[in-house]
Ligand binder design. Structure first.
Ligand SMILES: [Zn+2]
Length: 414
């Protein structure tokens, strides 16, 4: 009985510390009295926790607040940005993005490197490990303050074993144990999650709670889900594999063998091909040359944004295909909004939001009951990497027991 009670108290201590830290994070600055009010903890408990957090360098005193009435001015507490850091890695078939976040979630260093056309995953993993060292050096972050590395990878993933299973366009990446390999090379705890789940987490961190789908437009197409302020992962952390939803029976042949999957029909390669056929772009573009396709895609997007005409029709048709998928997800899960992001979104953004809105206008939506919002991420192309790091920071702030259980995903046997 005594032992059990002691253990419980210990756990509750950690739980309450996280509750207090999270309350400070959400309000930016709070006094001890306000903390007791918002957390429901006693003044004595708050005082002990605040002392512990100050000693650990996770919070700092931030001046005084004049209290109403005759009481003493109250000292405000805020997060100490340098108290903890987390690394986020976004592994995309075209580009690897590595960011370092401080405790407040601000990006303090970032690096983007082209993904080498590596047949050998070792080359890529060594490159990522070196880039992680770079960002820590760049920000002058003490190593013992870096709590871990989050990797956002294209699905499907094997979350249990920390493997990427078979990412599109990375032919050599079959069952690569990236989590443990990176842990070995960096000595830091590492967690692996899906790119879309990381992006959804970043969006949630940036203040966008509620219930929404993060629609990722990149080399793969996927959906991250936040429902009722909680990131949803599904039974194997592979939520949101929507790339093979068929939206155009006459569309391009997908690598899955079927025709018109939304993932394939949203690729720049296909859109560029359509644009050449429509006479919008000159023929002779090598569709197997990623950089040439990217340049042609950029040209198509700027033509579409500039004037009505065949270029805009191609983009509008894409918006219709994607709106169909958004409609189904939103209705199935009773969502409030869709947030678009990913590298291809950056190009499409100037007119795509309106086009999707227009396409959704004619459809049945739960918004007959409540509004449904179409938005683009404010976090830019780094959203996946920021999200991966935010998943690591989440463990510091989250009093949620399901997150504590998940720490088995954090390889921390250093
Ligand atoms: Zn397919």
């Amino acid at each position: 009985m005594t032992v059990r009670r002691g253990t419980n108290l210990d756990r509750v201590g950690g739980f309450n510390d996280a509750v207090v830290l999270d309350a400070i994070r959400r309000s930016e600055q709070l006094s001890r009295v306000e903390l007791a009010e918002v957390t429901g903890l006693s003044g004595q408990a708050i005082s002990n926790i605040a002392r512990r957090l100050l000693d650990a360098g996770l919070v700092r005193e931030a001046g005084r607040q004049r209290s109403a009435g005759l009481g003493k001015p109250r000292t405000l507490l805020e997060l100490e940005p340098t108290g903890q850091y987390a690394v986020g890695v976004h592994l995309d078939p075209a580009v690897v993005t590595v960011v370092l976040l401080d405790l407040t979630g601000d990006v303090v260093a970032r690096r983007r490197v082209d993904t080498p056309y590596a047949d050998d995953p070792d080359v890529l993993i060594a490159g990522i490990a070196a880039t992680i060292e770079d960002v820590m050096t760049l920000a002058a972050a003490p190593r013992d303050r870096v709590v871990g590395v989050g990797i956002a990878a294209p699905g499907p993933i094997d979350a249990e074993r920390g493997f990427v299973v078979d990412p599109p366009n990375l032919a050599a990446w079959h069952l690569v144990p990236i989590r443990d390999e990176l842990h070995e090379r960096t000595g830091l705890p590492v967690l692996l999650d899906k790119d879309v789940t990381a992006a959804a987490s970043a969006e949630k961190w940036a203040g966008g709670g509620g219930s929404f789908v993060f629609f990722y437009l990149g080399t793969g197409v996927g959906a991250g889900l936040v429902i009722g302020d909680e990131v949803v992962r599904g039974s194997s952390s592979n939520v949101g594999e929507i790339g093979h939803v068929i939206v155009d029976p006459d569309g391009p042949v997908c690598y899955c063998g079927r025709r018109g999957c939304v993932g394939e029909a949203s690729q720049p390669r296909y859109l560029v091909q359509q644009a050449v056929r429509a006479g919008v772009l000159a023929s002779g573009i090598d569709l197997d040359d990623r950089k040439a396709v990217d340049a042609a895609f950029a040209r198509l997007c700027s033509l579409a944004a500039a004037d009505p005409g065949p270029a805009r029709e191609i983009v509008a048709a894409l918006a219709v295909r994607i709106a169909k998928v958004v409609e189904d997800i939103a209705n199935l899960l009773d969502l409030e909004r869709v947030v678009f992001g990913g590298p291809h979104w950056e190009r499409l953004a100037p007119l795509f939001g309106d086009a999707v809105r227009a396409a959704l206008d004619g459809r049945f939506l739960v918004r007959s009951v409540h509004p449904f919002e179409v938005a683009g991420t404010a976090l830019g192309v780094d959203v996946g990497a920021i999200g991966a790091a935010s998943l690591v920071l989440d463990q510091t702030f989250s009093p949620n027991p399901s997150v504590l259980l998940q720490s088995r995903e954090l390889v921390a046997d250093r």
